[in-house]
Ligand binder design. Structure first.
Ligand code: NAD
Length: 409
């Protein structure tokens, strides 16, 4: 992770030097505004006391309140949460949202805790950070290992301690507790809207073939919306392995199969494949929607897809970006491609603030228009500069943040 952190900082520096940013502006972006770091003593169901490491990093709020998920994962560390908070600042800026970047995390494997324990842990987490939260201050959301139920527990604890009834302090809530339509589907759906715009720009001659890695929230919704639009999905995988069909897979059938407590690799298809095989399939579009760094120095030369839509966070090792570009592979960077989730979070926040409830259709239309506009802005810049699309994304995002910093300091 240390190497990734340094490389990320290096890419930020390169984008800053392209923009000729003043030193103090870059310094402000490189360091988070605040790191809340705490130790959470917790008595388990069996009365054993354990200590959990928790973090909330507030990176930069020049564009608006800090916004970003809270993750429960064994891989949480101050460094990882800090880099993710910085990425959120860039993602919100690129998506033109009135939010800054933040991220939180607790170092636990949520699967090893009972529901009662998770509820208590969620409340304790909020007790540690609640003075720093607020709908105009810092607005958390779900992330890896957390979900709408946990957001509701957190919101209830926040309301209890602060005495405030404000729903907009958390997003990703259940629909009947101030949540928004399409919040769950938003990241996958946003990615499909972006893909459609991209194919139009490229005058892509036919409906493309796809391989999708990951069938969780992002991958499954991406697959289902892409399937509904008629795209041919040749392969899908998850951590159990993958399946391939030259005729195309139906993600709705896969979903039904998985609901019978089966694994994806058991799905009856033409061929079983490994995750590594999926990544090197001859398809038009590769969609890594699972975990980070799956495309790296070891396999970059095997990639045969023409386009990579980065739906996961950091699925491509930054070291191989230029190599892939030289090979003529077009990468659509994560901070643009998977912004659908934070965009609908923004819609949820806005609905709560205005005390409104938007229809599913309205949210869908607004998500589409935002994803398309954001993509077109980046595409224009990319066409003009011909530099790596990730660099384009960093430059456009940094420009927005930097202008505000200069005016504010
Ligand atoms: P999830 O936990 O719902 O699903 C993850 C999927 O990846 C599962 O199908 C799992 O089996 C698979 N997987 C795990 N390890 C794997 C491996 N080693 N090889 C292949 N597949 C593996 O998570 P999610 O919410 O779908 O998030 C996926 C990615 O998208 C993450 O990088 C996340 O940070 C990013 N992301 C998610 C959202 C969102 O709204 N959920 C928004 C932006 C970015």
């Amino acid at each position: 992770m240390e190497e990734k952190y340094q490389l990320f900082q290096k890419r930020i520096k390169e984008a800053a030097s392209f923009l000729r940013l003043k030193d103090f502006v870059l310094k402000k972006i490189e360091k988070p505004d605040r790191i809340l770091k705490f130790n959470l003593p917790f008595k388990r169901d069996n009365n054993k006391v354990i200590f959990l490491d928790g973090f909330r990093v507030q990176h930069c709020n020049v564009l608006g309140p800090y916004k970003g998920g809270i993750r429960f994962s064994e891989k949480v560390s101050e460094e990882i949460i800090s880099i993710l908070a910085l990425e959120m600042t860039l993602k919100c800026a690129l998506a033109n949202l009135p939010f800054g970047g933040g991220k939180g995390g607790l170092k636990i494997d949520p699967h090893l805790f009972s529901e009662k324990e998770l509820k208590k842990i969620s409340s304790l987490f909020i007790q540690k950070i609640y003075p720093f939260l607020g709908s105009d201050l810092d607005v958390p959301a779900p992330d890896l290992g957390t979900n709408e139920k946990i957001m509701l527990w957190m919101l209830k604890e926040y309301q209890k301690i602060s005495g405030k009834k404000d729903l907009a302090v958390f997003t990703g809530k259940p629909l009947n507790f101030g949540g928004s339509h399409l919040r769950k589907e938003a990241t996958g759906l946003g990615g499909v809207f972006l893909l459609e715009s991209l194919l139009k720009k490229l005058n892509f001659p036919s409906l493309p073939t796809l391989a999708i890695q990951g069938f969780g929230n992002v991958g499954s919704f991406f697959a289902k919306f892409a399937f509904e639009k008629g795209f041919k999905i040749l392969a899908i995988s998850d951590e159990s392995g993958g399946v391939f069909s030259s005729e195309g897979l139906n993600p709705f059938e896969i979903e039904k199969f998985l609901s019978l407590k089966k694994t994806l690799s058991q799905f009856p298809a033409e061929k079983k494949i490994s995750n590594e095989e999926l990544l090197s399939l001859k398809v038009d579009i590769l969609v890594p929607a699972a975990v980070e760094n799956v495309i790296n120095k070891k396999n970059a030369r095997n990639i045969k897809a023409k386009i990579i839509i980065e739906m996961a966070n950091s699925p491509v090792d930054l070291n191989v970006d230029e190599f892939l570009k030289k090979r003529g592979i077009l990468q659509i960077p994560d901070i643009l491609a998977n912004a659908g989730g934070v965009i609908v979070s923004y819609f949820e926040w806005l609905q709560n603030k205005k005390k409104q409830k938007w229809s599913r259709l309205k949210v869908k239309k607004m998500l589409k228009s935002k994803m398309v506009r954001n993509f077109e802005r980046l595409w224009e810049f990319y066409q003009e500069k011909k530099i790596h699309p990730r660099k384009c994304a960093f430059i456009l995002a940094l420009l927005k943040v930097a202008q505000k910093i200069e005016n504010k300091i």
